[in-house]
Write a protein that binds this ligand. Structure first.
Ligand SMILES: Cc1cc2nc3c(=O)[nH]c(=O)nc-3n(C[C@H](O)[C@H](O)[C@H](O)COP(=O)(O)OP(=O)(O)OC[C@H]3O[C@@H](n4cnc5c(N)ncnc54)[C@H](O)[C@@H]3O)c2cc1C
Length: 495
């Protein structure tokens, strides 16, 4: 029997997960705009991905600037290599909250049990297992132990940071296997699908007005039975906004809600310098001997900071007291001014760490709009006052932790402590960065089969379908929903 052809637009997190699942049932072609199939192996060491962000000329990562309401411009990074954000991200893993997952999945006639089935199929904590995304717990040092003890003293129990159904704290999981990062590339056992790199999908082709029959790329026209858009929030919205503009006269396109309601997590850090050396990256960065030592230790199989990108332990908190976890705070084993050198500087000269705050359920929603040949992305951070209130509570909580035993015995200085206390809103506005967790933009345009409403043969599966955050970090959210999509797609279309 001749297999039907499926075009997957975007060889990123969702695209490769789906292609891997569909390859036995369909003739699958993945079209990826980046020309890079991989980057030098050294950057696969989780911590060393940071070096890619610091390069003067960016190659495997693209950078755009987002404009905040107060005129500040903050960096926003996108992947430019096969594997998408999965191969350049911060490696932090978590599944999130059962009740929110049930809410998200009810839109697709699915539930948390199906999600956990996918999780058990795709993820493992056993380092010997192949063709899964491997997880490792981050190494813990005296700062992590003090953080967890201080939290326990505040009645936050130690627990599994994979789940945020209630308050808990503990070591975080990284998507890491041994020396190297683990990503959606790790899932691929055999490549029974074609990947066409360096090819940009420009538009979707239709017959009879609403039947998707292929795509037009910058190189050719490709016919197919089904088109699955996995271009990420920006890529998929860009394509669909163009379609909508081209087909303004066609009723079902005019009615599609694309690019609205996008969200991103804000990331806010409280930087701390310490009285003594703690093995922080501030120290490692300054000393060739320490850099060599951490490198040798990592490749000798010791558990070092190189298994992640700096975050080591975390806490889920319900700061507004409504009975639901609303905030995740990480201990990050460095303190820096700006993010990724955006202030022209990196780590503080002294030893130090930071507390990194992610409000999990922002109320602010923004928009992606066509602008010239590209799109403008504006998550409208902090446009809803609720988000500022949660951040203020988080800052207060961080100060309380840092001033309490046993954390206070390490703290030399809490950077900008006076400002955090006297004018937290100013501190927030001057110091938030992107959490790099864009979601939404197509969530109201798709039906329970992930099909664009009113259009046949055209599907969306990537972070753009998420209407809310099931978790503080969304790589696994995208991987798991892509697995659920694949099962649904195979059962409906493979006969
Ligand atoms: C810098 C950064 C750090 C992050 N850190 C973490 C973390 O630590 N933990 C966590 O859980 N999450 C993290 N995330 C978020 C998470 O990794 C992403 O949300 C998720 O992987 C997005 O998956 P996606 O499939 O939607 O998009 P992507 O993985 O970005 O894939 C989209 C793909 O489509 C391609 N594409 C787009 N348009 C076209 C077109 N027209 N034609 C052809 N190809 C196209 C792109 O090149 C890309 O390869 C991070 C994200 C970033 C950017």
């Amino acid at each position: 029997m001749i297999k039907k052809t499926v075009l997957v637009v975007g060889g990123g997190t969702a695209g490769l997960t789906i292609a891997n699942n569909l390859q036995d049932y369909f003739n699958v072609v993945v079209i990826e705009k980046s020309k890079y199939k991989k980057y030098p192996p050294i950057y696969r060491v989780p911590l060393l991905i940071g070096l890619l962000y610091r390069k003067k000329t960016l190659k495997y990562i693209l950078k755009r600037e987002l404009l905040l309401a107060n005129g500040r411009r903050i960096p926003f990074f996108e992947s430019n290599v096969l594997g998408g954000a999965s191969v350049i991200n911060g490696c932090v893993h978590t599944i999130g909250s059962k009740s929110i997952w049930n809410n998200v999945l009810s839109n697709f006639d699915s539930d948390y049990h199906e999600l956990i089935d996918s999780y058990n199929k795709l993820y493992t904590t056993h380092q010997g297992e192949n063709n899964k995304i491997n997880l490792m717990l981050a190494p813990q040092n005296e700062i992590d132990m003090a953080f967890i003890l201080a939290l326990n003293n505040n009645l936050v129990p130690t627990g599994d940071m994979n789940f945020s159904d209630g308050e808990n704290c503990g070591p975080i999981y990284d998507t890491t296997k041994g020396f190297f990062r683990s990503s959606v590339l790790s899932l691929i056992q055999k490549k029974g699908f074609e990947v066409s790199s360096s090819e940009v999908v420009k538009r979707v082709l239709f017959e009879n007005g609403n039947n998707a029959v292929g795509v037009e790329t910058d190189k050719r026209i490709i016919k197919s039975d089904y088109v699955i858009l996995c271009g990420g929030v920006i890529g998929t919205c860009r394509l669909l906004l163009r379609e909508k503009k081209d087909k303004e006269a066609v009723n079902h396109f005019r009615l599609l809600d694309i690019g609205r309601g996008v969200q991103d997590h804000t990331n806010l850090r409280v930087n701390v310098t310490t009285k003594t050396d703690i093995g922080s990256l501030n120290e490692v960065f300054r000393s060739f001997r320490k850099r060599l030592s951490i490198f040798v230790n990592h490749f000798s199989g010791r558990h070092t900071l190189m298994v992640g990108t700096g975050a080591t332990s975390g806490v889920h908190l319900d700061l507004n007291g409504d009975g639901k976890v609303d905030t995740r705070i990480h201990v990050v084993q460095f303190s820096e001014t700006g993010r990724h050198g955006s202030d022209g500087k990196y780590f503080f000269d002294k030893p130090g760490f930071s507390l990194s705050i992610t409000p999990i359920h922002p109320a602010s929603r923004g928009v992606i709009e066509l602008s010239g040949g590209d799109v403008t992305v504006d998550p409208m951070y902090l446009s809803n006052d609720e988000d500022i209130e949660i951040l203020k509570l988080s800052l207060g909580y961080c100060l309380k932790l840092l001033r309490s035993e046993p954390m206070c015995s390490f703290v030399e200085e809490i950077v900008s402590e006076h400002l955090i206390e006297s004018d937290p809103e100013k501190y927030i506005n001057e110091n938030i960065y992107s959490g790099h967790h864009l979601i939404g933009g197509t969530h109201d345009a798709i039906d329970k089969d992930f099909n664009i409403k009113g259009v046949s043969g055209l599907y969306v599966c990537d972070a753009s379908l998420l209407k809310e955050y099931p978790a503080s970090n969304i790589h696994s959210s995208v991987v798991l929903i892509s697995d659920i999509f694949s099962k649904r797609f195979i059962s409906k279309n493979s006969s």
